[in-house]
Write a protein that binds this ligand. Structure first.
Ligand code: KG4
Ligand code: ZN
Length: 337
């Protein structure tokens, strides 16, 4: 069977990324993280689209050079259609449409969330569905029953902040910097996770999550301490906060897997890079005899490999998209029954 060469493009937030795939296998990928936002404590949308405009051409040329391939060998373009920042999505989508038109090859609009979920299976020709997915990123915290690549059911979701957002906000409270998730993860390695017991929220008869109470709890706790105490115990406070998030995510996921009879559990999204969450999930899955999939660390946070891989799936299972497709900043997974 012919394995088409797909170029993947991702520009939904502050990562400008491109990847080249041959069938389900990655040839090369480049992710360029925009540094311009570092001093602002978050992503500045206008700067993000300007940077994508500047970086996307060189990033695409970079993957082609690394792969020693030319544009004329590309047989399909996969591009993130949403969700994400409107201006940033538009940069990637316009570029992708230009390439598809110029090269006269198919265009595939990809849902970024599906990219995160299926990044676990890059290289696989068969998807091990059905499974229970814990999707944890900067914008999402959801438990999803994935029947197959087109059939999803929402099991639970956050009622306020997403898990990644909680990491970023607490990092800001603690003056650690941005992005908070990786920095808290690193700092926590030298801290005591039992130093302070922060609150854990759960809801009766529901698999929903809530992290805003935990964030307020951290704020109240540190506002009662003096600066020197916080400086001395920064790693302990970070580790105690991280433990609370990991506790809630992992216990809820295992409970849902047990109740719904899932043997396979899949982690997805930027927070799936968290070393403590990964460690905890490995332990729990082993204890309960579940098969656990965690994305390769390269594919947890935003990247174009996951977009190109979904492009391969679309190319092999459905028709291509029209060049009229629009950027959809609030694109969701379509949840059925
Ligand atoms: O999936 P992603 O790259 O972008 C979205 O689609 O949202 O996720 C980014 C989020 C950020 O909130 C970031 O702080 C968090 O993932 N994150 C982490 C880690 N690495 C990234 N959170 C906890 N631990 C990490 N190691
Ligand atoms: Zn993402």
């Amino acid at each position: 069977m012919h394995k088409p060469v797909i170029l993947g493009i991702e520009t939904s937030c502050d990562e400008t990324a491109a990847a080249l795939f041959r069938g389900p296998e990655m040839i090369h990928h480049i992710t360029s993280t925009q540094l311009i936002h570092t001093g602002y404590g978050g992503v500045v949308p206008e700067y993000a689209s300007r940077e994508h405009n500047k970086l996307l051409g060189p990033v695409i040329r970079g993957v082609l050079e690394q792969a020693e391939m030319s544009l004329s060998e590309v047989e399909g373009i996969a591009v993130t259609q949403g969700p994400g920042l409107a201006g940033s999505l538009l940069v990637g989508l316009s570029y992708a449409k230009g390439l598809a038109l110029g090269l006269n090859i198919p265009l595939y609009g990809i849902n970024h969330i599906e990219g995160h979920i299926f990044a676990n299976f890059i290289g696989h020709e068969v998807l091990p569905t059905p499974f229970l997915c814990l999707l944890v990123s900067g914008g999402h915290t959801q438990l999803i029953h994935v029947e197959n690549a087109r059939d999803y059911k929402l099991i639970g979701q956050t009622r306020d902040d997403a898990a990644g957002e909680a990491f970023d906000k607490v990092a800001r409270l603690l003056g650690i910097g941005y992005p908070g998730g990786p920095l808290i993860d690193k700092l926590s390695k030298s801290g005591d996770s039992n130093f302070h017991q922060f609150s854990r929220s759960s809801f009766k008869d529901s698999y929903d999550f809530s992290f805003s109470g935990l964030k307020t709890n951290v704020l109240q706790y540190i506002s009662k301490q003096d600066t020197e105490f916080i400086r001395l115990h920064l790693a302990d406070i970070a580790a105690s906060f991280q433990e609370a998030v990991v506790d809630v995510l992992s216990m809820q996921t295992m409970q849902a897997a047990r109740d719904l009879g899932h043997d396979r559990i899949v982690l997805a999204g930027g927070v799936a890079a968290n070393s403590r969450l990964r460690e905890r999930m490995v332990e729990l899955a082993r204890e309960e005899n579940k098969v656990l999939y965690q994305p390769d660390l390269r594919y947890c946070t935003d990247n174009a490999a996951m977009i190109a891989y979904m492009g391969y799936w679309k190319a092999s299972t459905q028709s291509d998209d029209s060049l009229d497709i629009a950027a959809i900043p609030n694109l969701k997974l379509s949840f059925g029954g």
